[in-house]
Design a binder for this molecule. Structure first.
Ligand code: NAD
Ligand code: AKB
Length: 318
């Protein structure tokens, strides 16, 4: 397996991929990180290293790119997120499941050494303890997305136990970043709100004012992703997926934090179908297993994230 220096990111044009590709290139060299997606990438991604159009459902092309670019590690980010998946049930199931199977099968056959696949807090459901949700607990998700992520976690563990596939995974909470837009999730409001705030507009939230959800700033998510992939194999004891968390807040708490910087900012709440999704998710997450096993720790607090988001987005609009 030695000598496979290529890293493939599938779904590189999305919210996480756009940032992950740039960090991977900074660490491992621009030419070693192949970005791929169904849709075109950002100029930054296209200009700094290789990019290929790829539908992960096209197994032959996936296989061909892995061989052509001498790929040893795959980050599989392509998926339909919670809100979109509720509108496109079969498409979400097929993409979220078969994309993962194709990558796991290629790893089982020896074409890939290491796989990263993200899960989500969506694996939990209404019967899960909501506060400080443990690593191992009741998991009865009620959304298409959550069901696909829970099944994916079970398959990751299965391929590791049965075939020795080195697959690693994190259950991301809602991710907040200023460099790229979110792609159809229930936590997207926590990014959209900042764009409205810096452009001097009021924000209408699609979740109710007291809906508390776990969240994380994107630099911490990228750090956790690379952290688990660089951890020694024996430190990664959980091969389904690790809880990770940064902080948690409600829409009103976020608005109040933004008002410390932009006093005129206003929020109103008009819940839509995404409220039912959020109602089934945890309010906060216990990520002690990730901290103990491979040394995860977050850098950004809620207050630091808010300040940093506003600074960067204000710079961008001026
Ligand atoms: P996103 O929707 O922003 O990006 C997904 C990318 O996948 C898009 O660029 C899309 O074009 C691409 N894609 C879709 N179908 C494809 C296909 N058939 N072949 C190749 N590419 C395809 O999503 P994201 O927020 O970047 O999320 C990435 C992963 O992280 C997903 O698995 C998601 O479930 C997980 N996750 C994200 C969050 C979050 O808050 N962003 C939280 C939990 C888990
Ligand atoms: C979504 O809201 O669907 C994602 C997630 C928490 O998985 N951000």
């Amino acid at each position: 397996m030695a000598g496979k220096t290529g890293i493939l990111v599938i779904g590189a044009s999305g919210q996480i991929g756009t940032e992950l590709v740039m960090e991977l290139r900074a660490r491992y060299g621009n030419q070693n990180v192949l970005a791929s997606d169904l849709k075109n990438a950002s100029d930054e991604v296209k200009e700094s290293g290789p990019f290929e159009l790829l539908d992960v459902m096209d197994r032959d092309r996936l296989h061909q790119l892995i061989v052509q670019y001498n790929v040893g590690e795959v980050y599989l980010l392509a998926a339909l997120l919670s809100a979109t998946a509720e509108q496109k049930i079969m498409q979400a199931w097929n993409l979220n499941m078969y994309g993962l199977f194709y990558v796991l099968e290629l790893a089982k056959e020896g074409f890939i050494d290491k796989v990263y696949w993200p899960s989500s807090i969506a694996v939990f459901g209404p019967t899960t303890p909501k506060l400080n949700t443990p690593q191992s607990t009741i998991m009865e998700p009620t959304t298409v997305y959550g069901i696909s992520k829970l099944a994916g976690e079970r398959w990751c563990e299965y391929y590791h136990n049965r075939f020795g596939v080195d697959v690693r995974s994190l259950r991301y909470p809602g991710l907040i970043g200023y460099k790229s837009n979110p792609g159809g999730g229930t936590t997207d409001y926590a990014v959209d709100i900042f764009h409205k705030a810096v452009s001097g507009q009021p924000f209408e939230c699609f979740l109710s004012e007291n809906t508390r959800l776990p969240m994380m700033y994107m630099p911490d998510a990228i750090k956790a992703t690379i952290g688990i992939m660089e951890a020694p194999s024996e430190a990664v004891k959980i091969r389904s997926s690790y809880n990770i968390s940064g902080f948690d807040f409600t829409p009103v708490e976020l608005a109040k934090e933004i008002q410390k910087h932009i006093p005129d900012f206003r929020i109103s709440c008009k819940p839509d179908f995404r409220q039912a999704i959020a109602d089934g998710w945890p309010c906060s997450i216990d990520d002690s297993a990730a901290r103990e096993d491979w040394g995860w720790n977050n850098d950004f607090s809620f207050e630091q994230m808010t300040k940093d988001m506003l600074e960067h987005l204000t710079e961008a609009v001026n």
